[in-house]
Write a protein that binds this ligand. Structure first.
Ligand code: ACO
Length: 323
């Protein structure tokens, strides 16, 4: 039986930082309201020369360096994103070319909103377990700022841009112990972007081109669902709450994160929180938070990690990892 393990992590954030105070100059909001309701102080926003692909590239290069691998070593590329540079070629192929990976390896993008990275990680783990890949580049990346209505205070204060990446490689012992993925389309109208290519360009008119969200309802389902997936993950592995060393949650809102930590009985010191600096970066949020805590030395080899995410669809998922 083969397993996969995380060999290296990386992240890339846009240069430009937008603080709550700066947002309050253009919409009717305040630093106090945003921090109290969400925990967010600032977010990074992609500039004209930055796209999801350039962010993917930056994160991937860091992860490859941390893992000590070069372009010739990668035989699978998966990019979780809702904001690709082009409709096609897909983001995996664009990234393959950008990184000079000439192995003709399978490369694709995968769209599951904020759960995109965990969906991609789960799939890459299965490729490796089945022996169909030896070393995978797995990325979660977004430029959600490009589909936000910057006049809508109920959404524009929440989101940011970025990319996080891991190199997954074959191992004798399980690094990725289990992954758990779910989706329920009955919630499709609570958090969505209304336009897609198939609707025709004439439908892409102001008011039809931005993320829409019923924040209150999303909040309630997120707390309930993430609580359930924590239970599911522990039960599937016969583990107790105390066996988890680090919770690495999707960074949407500090109050959702605190509710999940309470459910796990975890002190906030054992929870990786980046929402204050990054905002909600959708598919990029979990791998960026992982990279932050790996690089600052909090997460050490051998630690037991619980990653979880929740996003539009709804989609949600978790991964239990021996780092
Ligand atoms: N500044 C000031 N006031 C605001 C703002 C703002 N930015 N946004 C909303 N308000 C107002 C509302 O208009 C409302 O005013 P009213 O009472 O006069 O009608 C009041 O604040 C309260 O609004 P609520 O929506 O009830 O505020 P709530 O406490 O629920 O916080 C929030 C809103 C932060 C969006 C919260 O519901 C939330 O975080 N929901 C989850 C969102 C989320 O996590 N989405 C992403 C998950 S999935 C993914 O990542 C894609």
């Amino acid at each position: 039986m083969k397993y996969s393990r995380i060999a290296g992590t990386g992240r890339c954030l846009p240069q430009k930082v937008v603080t709550n105070a700066e947002l309050a100059k253009s919409v009717d909001t305040s630093d106090e309201w945003i921090r109290e309701r969400t925990g967010i102080s600032q977010r990074h926003i992609a500039g004209d020369d930055e796209t999801t692909l350039t962010l993917c590239e930056g994160a991937a290069l860091q992860a490859m360096e941390a893992a000590g691998v070069g372009p010739g070593d990668i035989d699978l590329i998966l990019v979780g994103t809702t904001t690709p540079d082009q409709v096609f070629p897909n983001m995996g192929v664009l990234l393959q070319h950008r990184l000079g990976i000439r192995t003709a390896c399978p490369s694709f993008g995968l769209e599951a909103a904020c759960t995109g990275f965990l969906y991609a990680l789960s799939l890459a783990d299965k490729f490796i377990r089945l022996g169909d890949a030896k070393r995978a580049l797995v990325v979660g990346a977004e430029t959600l700022s490009r589909m936000i209505d910057w006049q809508d205070r109920t959404t524009c204060v929440l989101f940011g841009d970025g990319a996080g990446a891991v190199i997954l490689e074959t191992a004798d012992e399980p690094g990725i112990i289990s992954t758990h993925l779910h989706a329920d389309g009955q919630y499709k109208d609570l958090l969505y972007h209304p336009w897609g290519v198939s609707q025709g360009a004439d439908k892409l008119v102001p008011g039809h081109d931005a993320v829409r969200m019923k924040g209150n309802e999303v909040f309630k389902v997120a707390v309930m669902t993430l609580g359930r997936i924590v239970d599911e993950t522990l039960a599937a592995n016969n583990l107790e709450k105390a066996d988890i060393d680090w919770l690495i949650p999707h960074q949407a809102n500090i109050r959702i994160i605190e509710a999940t930590a309470r459910k796990l009985g975890m002190p906030m010191e054992r929870v990786v929180v980046t929402v204050g600096e990054h905002g909600n970066t959708s598919a990029a949020s979990v791998p960026m938070a992982l990279d932050v805590a790996v690089r600052d030395g909090r997460i050490k080899r051998g630690d037991m990690l619980l990653l979880e995410a929740f996003g539009g669809g709804f989609t949600w998922g978790s991964a239990l990892i021996r780092y």
